[in-house]
Structure formats: structure tokens, C-alpha cells
Ligand binder design. Sequence first.
Ligand SMILES: Cc1cc2nc3c(=O)[nH]c(=O)nc-3n(C[C@H](O)[C@H](O)[C@H](O)COP(=O)(O)OP(=O)(O)OC[C@H]3O[C@@H](n4cnc5c(N)ncnc54)[C@H](O)[C@@H]3O)c2cc1C
Length: 339
Amino acid sequence: MPTPTPVPTDTERREPAPADRAPTDRAPPDTVPADAVLPDPAPRDDERFDVIVIGGGPAGLTAATYLARFHRRCVVLDAGDSRARWIPESHNCPGFPSGVAGTALLDRMRAQAAQFGARLANATVTSIEPDGDGFLVGSDDAQWRAGKVMLACGTADVLPDVPWIEDAVQCGAVRICAVCDAFEATDGRLGVYGPADSVIGHARFLRSYSRDVSVLPIGALAAADRDAATEAGIACLAPDGTLAFDGRRCRYEVGGEAFEFDTVYPYLGFRTCKDLIRAAGVRCDDAGEIVVDRHQMTSVPGLYAIGDMVSGLNQIAAAVGHAAVAATHAHNTLPPAPR
Ligand SMILES: Cc1cc2nc3c(=O)[nH]c(=O)nc-3n(C[C@H](O)[C@H](O)[C@H](O)COP(=O)(O)OP(=O)(O)OC[C@H]3O[C@@H](n4cnc5c(N)ncnc54)[C@H](O)[C@@H]3O)c2cc1C
């Protein structure tokens, strides 16, 4: 056992030399150190990471921060299309009472992970295979090895196929997630656009924010759904109209009439990275959801899934919670790495 070093007396205490400084001193808070970003493409066949994180949204970046702070070698492979980049301004993200834009939040989270030593690479992962006691993860032009892997690939919203959608989301004429931001739409004229068999449930949720809620159905509503809507104080417009946007608000045009809304919520479903999930061989339930245990581990030992891709509640707070749990379990079950 090494002999303990004596604690310095007050007079011996000194300012730490730059190399001894806490990692947080290395760069301003929103800056990713240049050496954290792997070359693009980044085939580093010689390097074995403790953990590979697939996806650089709030879930993946939080996992990377935890792992780096456990002194684990970790890389985030990210295709660069986080749902969070669509957020004009979030007001329910803990710690930002004045709100935070999704892009700013992602910049800060990337910088936070990188400053503690996580590596970042632009890459779209296409394969995950067993490799000895770990995994071999591949993109079209590179491969990485690691003891454990975290899937943090999120989901992608299916949005109305119109050229103005991004502008409409940025100004709040279209909102995508009522849990996230219906508070900001309180007492407005709200439209809920989506398939007739699912749109009423979403409209009912929005009634606690406004008395002026209409459904804009795709396909004809069933009589029972129409009755349920009427009972809940929800207006039902004729089906299969067209959405238009004037730069500030959306209109629903149907049967020669136009109805204007302060906010339209489209509910058209979402896409998951199911090819990768299938390739990784993880078990899904009958509804197609990835099955995870209380540590966020999938049916494949050492392969975790976190964030929107496993959550019924697609929220930043849920994503970062999964990440903290999974990263801590991964650290505790990797071979110890004493200093
Ligand atoms: C308009 C809008 C507003 C929102 N507002 C809020 C809000 O106010 N509060 C809130 O809590 N939540 C909000 N959300 C939801 C929030 O954005 C998500 O819950 C959060 O981004 C989920 O984080 P994640 O890391 O699981 O997934 P994501 O943020 O989607 O990140 C997944 C990442 O994985 C990458 N990826 C996918 N496949 C691969 C692959 N094969 N290889 C490599 N990388 C891959 C993607 O490109 C992406 O960068 C909002 C969402 C939208 C769309």
C-alpha cells in the first residue's frame, strides 16, 4: 500500500498549476475543447472505450458527462438531429427560470461532457455487434469498440409535409409537445391536427389549457368520438382540410371555409431507429417499445437504452434521469479502474 502523502500546511498551500486545475477551469462553459472532437470520419481501431453512447441529445450527453466524471473513457457518436434542436424556448427545463433554447441547451451539454473528457464524433451508427466481452459499433466508414453501449437515439416527430413547418414551430404557431409548452398556449385558440382515431385524446388534454379547442381530423371521426368531444367542450371541424401558415398563425381550410388558430398541435406519430434496435437484438414488447430493467439495461447485457427512445414521457427531465441511472450502473459494473 503506498505511503499517504502528508497534508500540506497552510503556508505550503499554493495555487494549483494549470495541469492540476479542476477540468471546469479548462474552457468557458459553452465551449467544446477542440481535442474532444474526433476526426471525421474517426476510425480509431486501436482505442477501446469503456462506453460508447449512440446519440448526442440530452440523454446521451448527460450519460457522457456522468461517465467522464467517473473517469471512464467514453465517446458520443451523434447523427446531429436531436429533437431538442427544435425547441424555440423551453420553460420546464429545470434550472432555467427564464427559459432556454434547445440549441443553446445542447451546446452547453456538449461542452459540459467534453470538458470532463468525453469525446464527441459526428457519426450515424448502423451496426452493433458482440465483440468478446463488449461491443463493436460501426458506421458506414468507421468502427469503435467498447465494454458497454448506450442507445440514446431519441425519436423523430412525423410533421405535416409543408415547407414552412420549421418557421411555424419557431414562432409557436405550431407546437409539437403539449406537456412541454401548452402552458405558453394558455387561453389561445388551439387546433389539434391528426388521425381521427387518436386526435380526441390529445384535444382533451389541451382542454385544461384553453376553452377554445378544436379537432382538425384526418379521416372521419367515429360517432362515439364526436359525442365524447362534444361532451368535453371540444369543437369538431370537417375532416381532411389543409393547413396553411401566414407567417404568424396557422389556418385550417376545409369546405371553402378557413379557421384560424393561435397554435396548432399536429399529432402524426414519430419514427424510431428501429433498424438499429433490431440489429442490436434487443427485446421489445408487443407495442414495439424497448424493454429495459430498472437500470435502463435492455435484454442484451451491457446494452442500455435511455431517453425518448424508451420513455412514455418524452421530456428532457426524463431523458437525463435515465442517463444518470444507466451511466452509474455501467460504471459500477465495468471492471474497476483504480487510479
Ligand atoms: C418542438 C419541441 C419542443 C420541445 N420542448 C420541450 C420542452 O420544453 N421540455 C422538455 O422537457 N422537452 C421538450 N421537447 C422534447 C425533448 O426535445 C426530448 O424529450 C429530448 O430531446 C429527448 O432527448 P434524447 O436525448 O432522448 O433524444 P434526442 O434529443 O432526439 O437526441 C437523439 C440523438 O441521437 C441521434 N441519433 C439517432 N440515431 C442515431 C444513430 N443511428 N447514430 C448516431 N446518432 C443517432 C439523433 O440525431 C439525435 O442527435 C420538445 C421537443 C420538440 C420537438
